[in-house]
Design a protein around this ligand. Structure first.
Ligand SMILES: [Zn+2]
Length: 337
């Protein structure tokens, strides 16, 4: 069993995280006061953290997304977005993340007049500041942004164009998020076609709250290179009584093409995509340090950063980091004994 401390020290690659899903509760309270957002259920950071945790764990993607009203509520000003993005980089670095792609839907921050480009610019500026602070604290991190379009809005082409405009400044791909049911991936073909014609990268939330058709459309019509969650691919996998496993055509395609699944068991339990952590399909494996290194390197290979940058991180940061870890872990045990 890996200790939380070993897991924290291990260098990690993070491909799926939402800027508006990881705010510090105290920052939400600060920003609400500074920018006049009156909608918070409480202004006590500890109570707010409890409220958000409870609000997120309601076993439905649609209910889960309601919690975001407040984090998005305080992300309507340039300085607020920059602060949150800077803290995001610092918090991930402190958690041992060496490479992160953090996504955000700029259309969510336009209530007070910011343009899509202004939102992305503020976000990237925050990452730059956070990366600097993290490096100064001895925890270097590489931060990239994914620009997300929301399914409920009808701005996917505009958002895709915005993503491509910022490709040389830290945006590495285009994503689609929001409720899946009733919003199949093929509704947004114009946006995906544009992104592909620009030789840019696509990941799509699919197979989280909705099943195989969503995954199939994302891969075969929309050009998704990775799947956001994709956990329902398990519906196309049959485990026989003798323990042997049979993959359906779609599951076999995902495996054979090595389509990366950006999975987050905690989130899947919160949104009801999996009944519990123990019943989550990927918990069938007991993950040790070598499996964790393997998963991390696979994640890094699947990143949207340029290939030479991925290789540099694998060879200079990830592999040496894991090589050092067993010794460090045993020293920690010895010191505690
Ligand atoms: Zn997501």
């Amino acid at each position: 069993m890996l200790s939380p401390e070993t897991i924290r020290r291990a260098p990690k690659a993070l491909l799926h995280d939402h800027l508006d899903g990881g705010l510090r509760p105290a920052t939400i309270v600060d920003l609400a006061a500074e920018f006049g957002y009156a909608g918070l259920p409480t202004t006590d950071p500890v109570e707010l953290a409890t409220w958000i945790r409870r609000g997120a764990d309601r076993k439905s993607l649609e209910l889960y997304l309601e919690t975001f009203a407040h984090t998005v509520g305080v992300l309507q000003e340039r300085d607020a977005i920059t602060r949150v993005a800077a803290e995001c980089a610092e918090d991930l670095a402190a958690d041992g993340v060496a490479y992160a792609e953090v996504r955000y839907a700029p259309e969510l921050s336009t209530e007070r007049g910011l343009t899509l480009d202004e939102v992305v610019e503020a976000n990237l500026e925050g990452f730059r500041i956070g990366v600097e602070r993290a490096a100064a604290a001895g925890r270097p991190i590489v931060m990239k942004a994914l620009v997300t379009a929301m399914r409920q809005a009808a701005r996917s082409v505009e958002v895709a164009e915005c993503a491509v405009r910022w490709r040389d400044a830290g945006v590495v791909g285009f994503d689609m998020a929001g409720p899946e049911k009733g919003y199949p991936p093929t509704r947004y073909l114009d946006a995906y076609d544009y992104v592909r014609r620009e030789n840019f990268h696509i990941t799509i939330h699919a197979g989280e709250s909705f099943g195989l058709p969503s995954i199939w459309e994302a891969l075969q019509f929309c050009g998704a290179e990775r799947l956001g969650h994709g956990v329902r691919i398990v519906d196309d996998i049959v485990v026989q009584p003798d323990g042997s496993v049979e993959l359906g055509r779609l599951a076999a395609y995902v495996r054979d093409r090595r389509v990366p699944l950006e999975m987050c068991p905690t989130s899947n339990v919160h949104t009801g995509a999996a009944p519990s952590i123990h019943e989550h399909p990927i918990e069938a494996f007991s993950i040790g340090l070598s499996e964790m290194e393997w998963l991390t390197i696979n994640a890094m290979k699947s990143a949207f950063a340029p290939f030479d940058e991925r290789l540099r991180l694998i060879n200079e940061i990830l592999k040496p980091g894991y090589a050092r870890l067993p010794a460090e872990a045993s020293r920690v045990v010895a010191a505690g004994a």
